[in-house]
Design a protein around this ligand. Structure first.
Ligand code: TXA
Ligand code: MG
Length: 359
């Protein structure tokens, strides 16, 4: 199948292109499109055969449910069985935007879309291309991230093409996404609302609107210890081809430790990659050093993380050492993704003795 790629300007969206993609969705086929978080791979959410095509194109396990993307609040009422009071409050505060809510589904939503679950994940994206596509298609659009299963989520249309070219008919290219990590998922079917996946909308922001919110312990623990509730979070989502280790501690200690480890690896003829920041990149000695952005701008770090990980995959390095990014606001979301990519390998370093221990 030939994959057609169309460039779209956010500020002057070419409606003819949106119409083409919308017609494809209505026919039960797939279309990739930008959202404010990552690119999505869309299909008509209420047609079982359409949802199945998503799993086939991505190589995704069929027990991993999809997020249903909507363009108006009424669409949630149309597919939900009970709508908890928190849903309206959260929608008012954060929709359209990077928040996914889990509610009980009604019979209109096929089990192919929810991976066999009686709940459904719903999100109203804020990206103008995504909203126009949903509206024009007249469908509710099921869309996981538009990567091949096991690869980082796409933050550029080129990433989608890399993974899915020849497998889908159309990609809408809206340039680089704004946020760069997937939406926060909150489960409203629990007695106390539960965050299943951290994202740009933080626990504090949610608590300001609906009071007490818990975080699924399964997303912080190592995969094997406690099972996360979102089926997708249990997979070792993405592991870079190289062995990735995170080094955590004070800035000076981290830089010296990464340089010492780099030297050790290079002496064994290993090619070493380093993930640093604008402030530190010049201080490293690895074979490929990439800055993920400035420490002053955590939004930039989130936006670039997946692209940087893809670049390392192409570079042929054997080992990657990364700084740690437990920044105050979306740091939890960034570290959640990075820890998964690293298989939870973290070296803690202390400045005083330079000693290291694995935690
Ligand atoms: O930002 C995003 O949410 C992006 C863009 C495209 O909207 N989409 C996205 O979808 O990240 P995906 O399929 O890559 O991740 C969906 C996550 C998976 O971990 C899945 O297991 C979880 O949501 N999920 C979906 N429905 C669920 C449900 N009913 N119960 C629990 N977890 C659910
Ligand atoms: Mg995904």
């Amino acid at each position: 199948m030939e994959t057609k790629i169309y460039k779209l300007d956010h500020h002057a969206i070419d409606h003819e292109i949106i119409k083409k993609a919308a017609a494809i969705i209505r026919e039960g086929e797939l279309a990739a499109f930008p959202t404010e978080t990552v690119y999505g791979l869309g299909a008509d959410a209420l047609r079982p055969e359409a949802a199945k095509k998503i799993y086939a194109a991505k190589g995704r396990p069929s027990d991993n449910p999809l997020i249903v993307h909507i363009a108006k609040w009424q669409d949630l009422l149309y597919i939900a069985k009970d709508v908890p009071k928190e849903a309206a409050k959260l929608a008012k505060a954060f929709w359209p935007g990077p928040l996914t809510m889990i509610v009980m589904k009604n019979e209109k939503v096929p089990y192919e879309t929810t991976g066999g679950m009686d709940t459904v994940a719903v999100r109203m994206p804020s990206h103008p291309v995504a909203l126009e596509l949903i509206r024009e298609s007249g469908c509710l659009i099921a869309a996981p991230s538009a990567n091949a299963s096991g690869r980082p989520s796409p933050t550029l249309a080129e990433h989608v093409a890399e993974d899915l070219s020849g497998r889908i008919p159309i990609i809408l290219d809206g340039g680089e996404v704004g946020i760069g990590i997937e939406s926060t998922i909150i489960d409203l079917t629990e007695e106390t609302p539960l965050i299943l996946r951290p994202g740009y909308i933080t626990q504090e922001m949610l608590e300001e609107v609906i009071g007490n919110v818990r975080i699924d312990p399964g997303i912080i623990a190592e995969d094997s210890v406690i099972k996360p509730k979102a089926p997708g979070m249990k997979y070792r989502h993405y592991a870079p081809k190289a062995d990735l280790k995170i080094v955590d501690g004070t800035e000076y200690a981290v830089i010296s430790m990464i340089n010492a480890l780099t030297k050790e690896q290079q002496e064994q003829n290993k090619k070493v990659g380093v993930i640093g920041t604008d402030e530190t990149a010049a201080l490293y000695r690895g074979d490929l050093i990439l800055s993920v952005g400035s420490r002053e701008d955590e939004d930039e770090i989130a936006r670039h993380m997946y692209r940087i990980l893809r670049e390392f995959d192409e570079s042929g390095v054997d080992v990657i050492f990364s700084e740690s990014f437990s920044t105050p606001r979306i740091g939890q979301a960034i570290m959640n993704r990075l820890l998964k990519a690293a298989g939870h390998q973290v070296l803690m370093v202390q400045q005083n003795n330079g000693g290291r221990k694995i935690v």
